[in-house]
Write a protein that binds this ligand. Structure first.
Ligand code: GDP
Length: 426
């Protein structure tokens, strides 16, 4: 059975925790899109980890962790991440890398950095991990697939020279940077070949057989619906699809095998980077929630930068669940809201004097003002509670109000960052 764990908001919903938790019952966990540009924070018996490229299943010995073909593969980063895990006492995980994954090159990071600097005040707020230049090159057909490292070296060198000719025009004339040396790039690719060789696999075939054998497979998404290049807040989005449907492509499996789509939804809103954020809050109110949020404040796992904060946005999240095709919702980080006297839920957007419940395209979204419904707070600690019925009544009312807005069953409620801090709803 294949299950996708994806974000229905702007990312940072706690997918890592849920994947780590569900990985216990799984055989294979796959990253199918994105790269090392976002982090999943995981707290378990080995300690606290921020994973960026590896799937959140690497903490178990019985699982196989896969980097699918849809991922932006930063090879030295992968090496470092594996070393960091084993250094912290995690047994060496079983890792496979798709032979069809493409390689994130050092010049992708350089171009990302140069472009953000060129855009200055109008930048996208990129993590400068090279993701946008990487995917641009992939679709311009000038990227390097892992399999090419193992092919004819002369052909590879020829391609490197061609790519450098293109890149150097931009570097010299637009960004005023030193030009790339094809020999150096080729050398880098040969070093990458050595690092990645032990992990390379025909992942699609491997998964085909695993599905036939009835293995439990998890697809782990990065970021969330609203950062999807097609269905998100374009252009303030990421460069690969964040949707469960893309899991089929980015892992190489038939779409109809994804039986379960678990949308992870955070009990309040947070976002990084630029772009419209209707239920955003500011000042002391935001600082308080940011300080209390997550497992030690809402600060980026990759960049450490403060996340933008907001109240729960039912309009964005219902849309987020719809484009994911969510079959169930896990509501996370509910425990941090226990300090509030009242909890606003954004249940509508007012655009040009009209209230809508439909999530609009970007130019209208920028005009939207939140319409709030307010619910009373529960004013107590809910960590440690294991049964849904034991949650305070106002807390259950908050969950049920969200469920009604979303129209998707909330099957699990996460009330703490730890692996076991989860309430399963019957
Ligand atoms: P991801 O990218 O979706 O995996 O999310 P992040 O790891 O960036 O952000 C989620 C943060 O919330 C992490 O620091 C988690 O440890 C933390 N977290 C996850 N679930 C809960 C929860 O139920 N309660 C609390 N307090 N923190 C949580």
């Amino acid at each position: 059975m294949v299950r996708a764990i994806v974000g229905a908001n702007w990312g940072d919903e706690g997918k890592g925790k849920i994947t780590d938790m569900l990985a216990k019952e799984s055989d294979i966990i796959i990253r199918f899109q994105g790269g090392s540009n976002a982090g999943h924070t995981i707290i378990n018996n080995y300690g606290k980890f921020a994973l960026h490229l590896l799937p959140s299943g690497v903490f178990y010995q019985h699982t196989t962790s896969i980097i699918g073909n849809g991922v932006a593969l930063n090879i030295p980063f992968l090496k470092q991440e594996i070393e960091d895990l084993t250094k912290q006492g995690v047994p060496a995980p079983k890792i496979l890398v798709s032979d069809r994954a493409q390689i994130l090159m050092p010049y992708h990071i350089l171009f990302d950095t140069c472009e953000e600097a060129r855009l200055a005040g109008k930048s996208f707020g990129s993590t400068k991990s090279g993701i946008a230049p990487f995917y641009s090159d992939k679709y311009a057909k000038i990227g390097f697939q892992v399999s090419e490292l193992f092919g004819d070296e002369e052909e590879l060198m020829e391609k490197v020279e061609n790519v450098c000719t293109l890149k150097n025009v931009m570097l010299k004339h637009l960004y005023h940077q030193p030009e790339l040396d094809p020999k150096e790039i080729f050398q880098t690719l040969m070093e990458y070949k050595e690092i990645v060789a032990p992990y390379v696999c025909d992942v699609s075939k491997y998964l085909h057989e695993a599905i036939r054998e009835g293995k439990n497979i998890l697809l782990e998404g990065q970021l969330g619906s609203l950062k999807d290049p097609d269905h998100g807040i374009y252009p303030m989005v990421t460069s690969s699809s964040t949707l469960a449907a893309y899991g089929a492509i980015g892992a190489g499996i038939p779409p109809y095998e994804i039986k379960n789509i678990t949308a992870v939804v955070k009990a309040y809103s947070s976002a990084v980077g630029a772009g419209a954020f209707v239920s955003e809050i500011f000042g002391e109110e935001a600082d308080e929630l940011r300080k209390r949020g997550g497992d030690g404040g809402e600060f980026g796992a990759t960049t450490g930068r403060p996340r933008r904060m907001g109240w729960f946005d039912a309009v964005a999240t219902r849309y987020g669940c719809r484009v994911q095709g969510a079959t169930e919702v896990v509501l996370t980080v509910l425990d941090v809201l226990g300090y509030l006297d009242e909890l606003p839920i954004c249940v509508g957007y007012e655009i040009d004097g009209k209230v809508t419940k439909d999530f609009p395209t970007t130019h209208l979204l920028e005009k939207a003002k939140p319409v709030y419904k307010k619910l009373p707070g529960w004013k107590c600690e809910i960590r440690g509670i294991k049964n849904y019925e034991e949650l305070p009544e106002n807390c259950r009312k908050y969950i049920e109000a969200i469920e009604e807005e979303l129209g998707v069953p909330i099957t699990m409620v996460s009330n703490g960052p730890g692996r076991d801090e989860i309430i399963i709803r019957k």
